[in-house]
Design a protein around this ligand. Structure first.
Ligand SMILES: [Zn+2]
Length: 365
């Protein structure tokens, strides 16, 4: 027993011998004043704790792909387990990593609407397979029951949007800055019934995540926002949708609050009123003009926020809150039928998923 009992009051000699064993290489420590022993002991513990926390965080960051795949794999099995007896037509489409046409439909969200939907090129209040009206037969809580291929909306464990809670994120400086390489391309503005969407035709550039390239497809607007920050819902959310050759989707979400108008959205506003599903050609639109407003972002694995709620979407939600005018949001809302004036899905359970936060200096703020 070489460490003073005043350093570890109440501990037995055996315990202290063990502690001494760990520190036996530092014989000078035995003769250091008590205040120095305490300081060294505390600093050592604190440093060790910081190193473990930091190392764990970095390890998680490096393993982001592995985590994502494990989550996806687990979720797919859970869905199969949760709903083994659900009536489903044969062949049953997969719920995660769907290939080919299913995913293409999911991305382009071509609502399979009846001919009554379009009248003189305008979108009307005709029947729609789903709505955002809570408490109705085809409202958000019923989406998973409307069609077998939509059951991920109900039984999925990787659903979006979510509430992004500051205290629960893992700060991950190794995720890196968003690598966007967009280019001007011909685009068409369409009214998809449930939202207004700008769809690029041809090569509009790409987003690179973990070395994987996702081609820019389209963007669309939700109001109010779908993701919330610490429970707060903002006034609008822009989704910029990308897809890689393996049919995997990556979406960047940007949150807006009422204030000065958004310059990119303003280019669409004159055309929003009266457009139909077939859309209107806007000529060349430069996606590089979408202002991201910062480099900090949240990252998690989620889903499409409309049916079929396809899972496996790599989500990036920018931390910076930008501004949109009330008139701009009103124009978007006025163009879609009842049931879609408010087109935000309620937030979904996190179900244990990790949410990462990127900031180059490793700080949250
Ligand atoms: Zn969306």
């Amino acid at each position: 027993m070489l460490l003073g009992s005043s350093v570890f009051p109440g501990q037995s000699a055996d315990q202290l011998i063990w502690i001494d064993g760990r520190w036996s290489g530092y014989r000078w420590f035995r003769w250091a004043p008590i205040w120095l022993r305490i300081t060294i002991f505390c600093c050592y513990g604190l440093l060790q704790r910081l190193l473990v926390v930091q190392f764990t965080a970095l390890e998680n960051c490096h393993a982001f792909d592995d985590i994502s795949l494990a989550i996806l794999d687990g979720a797919t099995k859970r869905i199969a387990f949760i709903d083994p007896n659900a009536p489903a037509p044969a062949p049953q489409p997969p719920l995660a990593y769907p290939k080919g046409k299913l995913m293409m439909d999911a991305i382009m969200i071509k609502p399979k609407l009846s001919g009554t939907y379009k009248v003189s090129g305008k979108v009307t209040e005709a029947e729609h397979p789903f709505t955002y009206l809570e408490g109705t037969a085809n409202g958000p809580n019923k989406w998973g029951l409307i069609k077998p291929e939509w059951r991920a909306c109900d039984a999925g464990k990787l659903q979006s949007p979510i509430d992004l809670v500051h205290e629960k994120v893992q700060i991950c400086p190794t995720l890196g800055n968003l690598e966007r390489d967009y280019k001007p391309a011909v685009a068409k503005l369409r009214n998809r019934g449930h939202d207004i969407s700008l769809q690029w035709e041809g090569d509009a550039g790409k987003l690179t995540i973990n070395g994987t390239q996702y081609n820019l497809l389209q963007c669309h607007w939700h109001s109010p926002s779908e993701h919330t920050l610490n429970g707060k819902r903002y006034d609008m959310e822009l989704h910029v949708v990308h897809k890689n050759p393996q049919e995997q989707i990556a979406v960047i979400g940007m949150l807006f609050e009422f204030g000065p108008p958004d310059t990119f959205l303003q280019k669409m506003i004159p055309y929003v009123k009266g457009i139909g599903e077939e859309g209107i050609d806007l000529g060349i639109i430069n996606p590089g003009e979408i202002i991201f407003g910062g480099r900090k972002y949240y990252r998690y694995i989620g889903s499409l926020t409309v049916p079929p709620c396809t899972e496996g979407v790599t989500w990036t939600v920018m931390k910076k809150i930008r501004t949109v005018s009330r008139e701009q949001v009103k124009a978007l809302s006025a163009a879609v039928p009842e049931g879609f004036k408010v087109n935000s899905r309620p937030t979904q359970e996190l179900d244990g998923r990790p949410v990462f936060f990127y900031n180059s200096d490793g700080e949250f703020q």
